[in-house]
Design a protein around this ligand. Structure first.
Ligand code: ATP
Length: 454
């Protein structure tokens, strides 16, 4: 693990952002819990996305579909037959690895569409050069393709339920496709329009390393945009630009982002680009922006037997809309944001988070805790700020330590109430990024903060 990644893992555990799941039971691989600070950061990321994708767009509506849906949906989508990764096990240390990743480590590219036999052959040809990431040996089992869908028995009370399972959704967008008609019939949207959704998805990822980059339970933020077939590429270019700008607006430096074009397009796709971020372990996929043709609605039309065609209200033209999509994980966005924000200056560690993402916007400190008038005044300020801002309270130890503790969680401003406050109604405001302290009259505090957070 890289140095920066280790520091992020340590800080997020120490300060209550991210905990390994089920820790008191020895942990549960590739699943994480968001702690008191993490839940705020994740909420703020989701709010920023929702604002960008729904609130600011009259052509996009929201949705929250169920996690477990009709199992036929996953047959229609191709997940039951095709959503699998090639896996080998090391005969020596029994570590499991994804074959495409092992081959990639020696510069050999495996095509996603390869059958089990083809990829087995490719792996056998290169077996001697590949080393197990666990123990360094080169002694592997044959390649097996492993389906990533997670089965459940929701609504099935038989003992052999796994013969006819339901599934925890492997992606949120299928819930959008199957509600396309409902959104159309119940709102005023007309093509082109989008449906946005944030929600959990589950995948039995074989190798889940790199902290929250790849987990088995994760949250996706997806927007599917329905367009006239002839407008697909034009709208696709607009969406690419819009999504790129979103990350710049979150304070991500352009040099830490790049486009990656898929080399092997699935047969139905018109174009597929990923936005990659320069994570502590190198550039990797943050978001997919894909032009999917009319494959999704064609499949659902076929499997459900329902007509999903759109009738243009002006021209009466009938067609199956094409879809362009934007799809990103909340956890991956959080890891990108944390990597971007992490700063060290001597002893001082701070998170230079954009104000809108910071878990706490402000912290309030009484200079001393044994002077009731100071504590009461600080409490009064806390209570006036709480309705508007997530506000932290700290009365422990010396002020310098309290500043450093807030720096580590990215709180932009700390307000200190002291003896002078009782005399002249002023407080000290300390800035996270510049460490500059200024005296502000309490009468101007709300205007001061509004200016900073507007
Ligand atoms: P990868 O190639 O990294 O496995 P993918 O191409 O399978 O990702 P998509 O199916 O396109 O990913 O999912 C869209 C987005 O959902 C990804 O860009 C990523 O941000 C997020 N995502 C996908 N799988 C995971 C996972 N296991 N853990 C966390 N986030 C994920």
């Amino acid at each position: 693990m890289s140095d920066l990644m280790q520091k992020i893992v340590a800080l997020t555990k120490r300060r209550g952002f991210i905990f390994p799941s089920s820790e008191i039971y020895g942990g549960f691989a590739a699943v994480y819990d968001y702690g008191p600070l993490g839940v705020e950061l994740s909420k703020n990321i989701k709010e920023a996305w929702w604002r960008n994708m729904v609130q600011l767009r009259e052509d996009i509506v929201g949705l929250d579909s169920a996690i477990v849906m009709h199992p036929k949906i996953w047959e229609a989508s191709g997940h039951v037959s095709g959503f699998s990764d090639p896996l080998v096990e090391c005969k020596s240390c029994h570590a499991r690895s994804r074959v495409d990743h092992l081959l990639e480590s020696i510069g050999v590219k495996a095509d996603e569409k390869m059958s089990e036999e083809e990829i087995n052959q490719l792996f056998t040809d290169n077996k001697d050069k590949v080393k197990c990431p666990g123990c360094g040996k080169s002694d592997f089992t044959d390649v097996k393709k492993f389906n990533l869908l997670v089965k459940t028995n929701l609504g099935n009370f038989t003992n052999d339920w796994d013969k006819e399972p339901t599934y925890l959704r492997g992606e949120t967008c299928q819930g959008i496709y199957v509600n396309f008609r409902n959104a159309l019939d119940s709102t005023r949207v007309k093509i082109p329009f989008g449906i946005a959704q944030i929600g959990k998805a589950f995948r039995n990822e074989i190798t889940a390393r790199q902290f929250i980059f790849r987990t088995r339970e994760f949250e996706q933020m997806e927007m599917q945009y329905f367009v006239h077939p002839e407008k697909e590429m034009e709208e696709y270019e607009k969406l690419k630009e819009y999504r790129w700008q979103f990350y710049l607006n979150l304070g991500i430096k352009p040099e830490n982002l790049k486009w990656h074009e898929h080399e092997n397009l699935v047969f139905y796709a018109k174009a597929a680009f990923d936005i990659e971020y320069n994570f502590p372990f190198g550039f990797a996929e943050l978001e997919g922006v894909h032009a999917r043709g009319n494959y999704d609605l064609t499949q659902h039309q076929k499997f459900s037997g329902q007509n999903l065609e759109y009738v243009d209200p002006f021209t009466q033209e009938k067609y199956l809309p094409h879809i362009i999509e934007s799809s990103v994980g909340v956890g991956r966005t959080m890891l990108a944001i944390l990597s971007e924000a992490y700063r060290e200056e001597g002893e001082r560690i701070y998170l230079q988070l954009p104000y809108k993402l910071a878990p706490y916007k402000v912290a309030v400190f009484p200079l001393v805790k044994n002077k009731p008038e100071i504590v009461a005044k600080a409490q009064e300020i806390l209570k006036t700020l709480q309705p508007q801002y997530m506000t932290a309270w700290d009365e422990r130890g010396n002020i310098g330590k309290r500043y450093y503790a807030q720096d580590e969680i990215g709180t932009p401003f700390c307000l200190t109430v002291d003896y002078e406050t009782l005399e002249d109604n002023t407080i000290t405001v300390r800035n996270r990024d510049t460490m500059v302290q200024e005296r502000i009259n309490l009468a101007n505090l709300s205007q001061f903060l509004a200016g900073k957070f507007s």
